[in-house]
Each structure stands twice: as C-alpha cells, then as structure tokens.
Design a protein around this ligand. Structure first.
Ligand code: NOJ
Ligand code: NOJ
Length: 437
C-alpha cells in the first residue's frame, strides 16, 4: 500500500514537471511573431547596394544615419537567425538562413582584413566593406567577441551536421598569426579584454560588465571549438583568460548601491552617468549566458540589479505613470540624453524593455527547474507585461523603432532597428524552455 502511495506521489511530481508553465497570451503572441521578426531581420541583411552578408543596423540614412554594418548589431542579429535555424522545421526557411549566414561569414572575413583605426575593435563599416573613418568611439571590444560568438554558433551547427570540413576550411584553424575568422577574433579578445574600450552604447571608455561578459562567452565557447579541431594550446589559453575575466566581473558588484554597475575605471567618454546603473548589465547577462552556473539568474545580486533597473525607469518616464498600459518601458540608463537625433533627453528603448522581459523569463526558468513552479509562473507573467509594453507602443503593423518617446510612447529615432527584431527572437527563444519545466 505504502509503495503504491509512493508511486502516485512520484508520478504526480513527474507529470507536474512535464506539464510546464502554461503558455500565456503574450508568449503565444511571441511565438506567432517569429516569422515577422525573422523577415524584418532578413530585410536588413545583404542590402542591395552593399556586399552580401552586410547587416545594416537600420535602413535609415539620415536622422540618424544607421546605414552601416555595426559589428555588434550584426553579430546579435545573425546569432538570433541561428536560433531560429535550429528550431525551424521548414527546409526552405533553413536554406534561406543558411545562405545569409554564409554571406555574413564572407563579409566578416573581409572586414577583418581591412586596415582600420582600431584593429578588430573597429565598430562600424560601410555595407561595401570599408571601415567608417570619421571620428567615432573606438575601440569597442564587445564587437569582435559578439562576431566570434555568432560564428562559433554557426560552426557548432555545421559540426552537428557533419560538416567539419567547412569549419576547418573557412572558419577556424590553428595557424598563427591567425588567418581564420573565428581564431582572429579570439586572439584579439584573449589579448585585449583587459584594455580600456568604449561600451556598447559607444559613449563611455573604461572596463564594462557587458564587454567582459560577452568576451568570457566568446573565449569559453571558442576554447571548446579549438579543442574540437585539435588546437589544444589555444583551447587552454582561451579558457585561462575566461577564468581571469570571471574574477574581474565580480568587481562590478557594488554592495553599497546594491547592484552590478556597468563600468569601472572610466578613463574617457561621457562623464555624467552617475548612477552607473545600466540595462547593459542585463544585456551582458543575456548575451553572455552560457547556462553554466556563472552569475545564474537566481543569484541575489542579479535579481537585485533587475529590480533596481525596473524601479529606476518606472519612476522616471512619464509614460510609465500611465497605469492603463501594461508593464514599464525601460531605457538604457537613467542619465541618458540621446534621443536619436540630438542629446535633448533619453527615452525608453524596445530592446532594453525586452531585455528585462527576457531576464525575467530566464529567471523564471531557473526557479522552475528548482521546483517552484508557482513562483516561476508568477515571474513569467510579470515578464509578459514588459513584452506587452513594447507591443503597446509598436506601430500598428508591429514595426519597432529604436526608441519610444518618453512622454507619448510614440516610436522615435531609427525605424526598423534590426537589433529590436533580434531581441524579439531571443525573447521568444527564452520562453521555449518554460513549456518543458
Ligand atoms: C551615437 C551612438 O550610437 C549612441 O549610442 C550615442 O548615445 C550617441 N552617438 C551620442 O553619443
Ligand atoms: C546606438 C546604440 O547605442 C549602439 O549600441 C548600436 O550599436 C548603434 N546605435 C547601432 O544600432
């Protein structure tokens, strides 16, 4: 009798574990929007007047001019395409994405081999492959790390598909000085991660949580790839540098302020970012996430940072005082002044608002894995509100510009920012695991 009771208990646990967190309307919408977001990203890959594989940050050529391949935006967009590729059941869709990614590989190889003002830390290129030579924030060392991550993920897909030969021929080989695209970026990152560089917002020079998180990921995933192709010495070196980065990242916890700060050792760029509170920390946790227990989503410091960010922006933007609109619109950092065309005041951004949603989904996922499905459900429903906020301010057809006006909520600055659609795709990807908990 007792045995039967046990079996029932065990069965109940197992079945509840497999029931997953029920899908919400918002998460159903996210999955329905994948094709739209994918189409929007694809629209900005290989522009007709440029080289195949260039990824424009947005179509807009004036106010602001975003008609460039930013290495960061390009890497993030292509990585999101790889996510879709992995989940897609459509042969036609996969073929299309495959073509775009191979073109991106060729374009990346080309821009790595042109002379630039800041070596591989060069942030933006014309669609024709030459570097932008005007004054700009240089170097931006998250860029080669993100390019490496996207290319490594593609190499992983090819390897899983038995296409090692393509990886060895076009993407990674042991040769030094490096002459293959992934190794070139890994050599640069492994030798320059502790240099001062500009942050992802292209404004502050120093050491950044974001840049270090994505550098760590590039080096650890790169180390595994190097080992796979037999480049053992490099594999050890990359892994060693990643460990050093981990130590450095701990320094960003500010116990007095109660959150992870964005920048340490500032030595250039803007100087009015007094709070050092920045959504870039969440983006760093997201884009650097290897699900390996380093800075997990239920780390008290991480949770504190997520909530401080929500709190700061919920109080400061007028559109967040309108209680009829779900969730809150989140910006880059409280002192932001960039409005897209001038510096007359910062606004909330869809990609920052989606970063909060995605952080909460991943947090919910970790909580669910530890068995507290009720709490996980609550957190994922809270996350949904931030997705709803972005939906609310989007154009009627779902299009998203870089910013949402802080007074009116209207879309503002660069229209159809590629990165926004990549953010929709990664947010969707983060919800998938919730169903299987
Ligand atoms: C352009 C950069 O892309 C943006 O991030 C920055 O805020 C403005 N310049 C102002 O410095
Ligand atoms: C400005 C953003 O601050 C930066 O992160 C981005 O790379 C460029 N715009 C292009 O989208």
């Amino acid at each position: 009798m007792r045995k039967i009771a046990w079996i029932i208990v065990v069965f109940a646990c197992v079945s509840s574990a497999f029931a997953g967190i029920p899908d919400s309307k918002t998460r159903t919408w996210l999955s329905q929007t994948v094709n739209f977001a994918l189409g929007k990203v694809s629209d900005n890959v290989s522009p007709p007047d440029g080289l195949p594989g260039a990824v424009i940050a947005a179509r807009s050529r004036t106010n602001p001019d975003y008609y460039y391949h930013w290495v960061r935006d390009g890497g993030l967009a292509i990585d999101a395409l790889i996510d879709v590729y992995k989940e897609s059941k459509s042969k036609k869709q996969k073929e299309l994405i495959r073509k775009q990614i191979f073109a991106y590989l060729d374009y990346s190889t080309l821009i790595q081999n042109v002379n630039t003002a800041s070596d591989l830390g060069e942030p933006k290129f014309y669609v024709t492959g030459s570097p932008y030579t005007g004054p700009w924030a240089r170097p931006q060392n998250d860029s080669p790390a993100l390019r490496a991550v996207s290319l490594i993920h593609w190499a992983q897909v090819l390897i899983a598909n038995g296409e090692d030969d393509i990886v060895k021929e076009k993407m990674y080989h042991a040769q030094l000085p490096a002459d293959s695209p992934i190794k070139k970026d890994l050599e640069y990152v492994s030798h320059h991660w502790s240099d001062s560089s500009f942050d992802l917002w292209e404004e502050v020079k120093g050491k950044h949580f974001y840049t270090l998180m994505v550098s760590r990921r590039a080096l650890l995933e790169g180390s595994a790839l190097a080992r796979h192709v037999g480049d053992i010495g490099a594999a050890d070196w990359y892994a060693l540098q990643a460990k050093e980065i981990e130590r450095e990242l701990q320094q960003f916890w500010d116990p007095a302020r109660g959150y992870f700060v964005a920048t340490l050792n500032r030595d250039g760029g803007i100087d009015y970012k007094n709070s050092n509170l920045d959504t870039s920390v969440l983006l760093g946790l997201l884009h650097g996430d290897m699900h390996d227990g380093f800075m997990p989503w239920d780390d008290k410091r991480v949770i504190a940072t997520v909530y401080r960010i929500i709190q700061a922006f919920s109080e400061m933007y007028p559109i967040n005082h309108r209680s009829e609109i779900p969730g809150f619109a989140i910006g880059r950092y409280p002192e932001d002044r960039y409005s897209g065309t001038s510096s007359d005041g910062g606004n909330p951004w869809p990609l920052c608002t989606l970063a909060v949603a995605e952080s909460l989904y991943r947090y919910a996922n970790v909580i669910a894995m530890k068995g507290d499905v009720t709490k996980a459900k609550e957190i994922s429903e809270y996350a949904d509100l931030f997705v709803e906020r972005v939906r609310y301010h989007a154009y009627e057809d779902g299009s998203l510009s870089e910013q949402m006006n802080r007074y009116t909520g209207y879309m503002q600055s660069a229209s159809d920012l590629t990165w926004n659609y990549a953010a929709l795709l990664t947010a969707w990807k983060s919800t998938l695991a919730l169903h299987t908990q």
